[in-house]
Ligand binder design. Structure first.
Ligand SMILES: *Cc1c(COP(=O)(O)O)cnc(C)c1O
Length: 229
């Protein structure tokens, strides 16, 4: 019930952001980030109609998939260690964190089907953030053209940790500009039509700036690790 209520609220905010940006709501997909919640709450999310689920640890992903026998689109949203690729790569449909060639090589070696990937970009160039710097994105994507197990469907970023909306907005704009640039090359291996950006605190700005996938955890399914402490 709680998730359904949260979802109604978030859908309303999405609708309003789409109206402001003159976009269609059908172009915005919600990835319910269930990394911090139980199997029970993940089932509740699915029952509320959320079928895109996001996890950021191999253990969390595999435990939930084992327990939940319902169709879902599984997204891996966290930084992925090369040695963990074989555990998860054939269990997911979308990877949001492709950020280095060694990871691409390992995916190429282990994947049994083509994986839809977002290239993670460090737009704000905060040291702590994973991701390719903007100036290296095009070269990186070109270097993937022989990795036939990887299809670059878009770019992903995380906004800097700030309450300054204009700083956040400029990061999302920077990612959108790069997405337009890459997609205009019409690389067969990298259509790059999608933008994964926006979380609980900034998804409305992200949608105004062109997000097609928003990754929402706390505001949608809560955060049980906080509930418990
Ligand atoms: C945890 C996480 C989210 C969701 O964050 P919330 O603030 O809880 O909505 C989105 N994207 C990534 C990469 C995350 O790690």
């Amino acid at each position: 019930m709680q998730i359904e209520r949260n979802l109604l609220q978030i859908q309303q905010q999405i609708n309003q952001a789409c109206t402001r940006a003159n976009r269609s709501t059908s172009d915005v997909h919600i990835v319910a980030v269930t990394k911090a919640v139980s199997i029970e709450r993940t089932v509740e999310a699915l029952q509320s109609g959320l079928n895109h689920l996001g996890e950021n640890r191999p253990e969390g992903l595999l435990n939930k998939q084992e327990a939940i026998n319902k169709p879902a689109v599984w997204h891996y949203i966290g930084s992925l260690q090369t040695r963990k690729v074989k555990q998860v790569i054939n269990k997911i449909q979308v990877l949001h964190s492709l950020d280095r060639l060694s990871l691409a090589d390992e995916i190429q070696k282990r994947a049994e089907h083509t994986i839809d990937c977002f290239v993670q970009v460090n737009v704000s160039e905060e040291d702590a953030k994973h991701g390719i710097e903007l100036k290296n994105v095009q070269t990186f994507i070109e270097s993937l053209h022989e990795h036939n197990r990887i299809r670059v469907i878009g770019l992903m970023t995380m906004a800097p940790n700030t309450s300054n909306d204009e700083v956040i907005r400029s990061v999302f704009k920077g990612l959108k500009d790069m997405q337009i640039k890459i997609s205009s090359n019409h690389y067969p291996h990298a259509p790059c039509t999608e933008l994964s950006m926006g979380m609980s605190n900034d998804f409305e700005i992200a949608i105004e700036e062109g997000a097609t996938y928003v990754r929402i955890g706390t505001a949608l399914v809560g955060n049980e690790s906080e509930d418990l402490t």
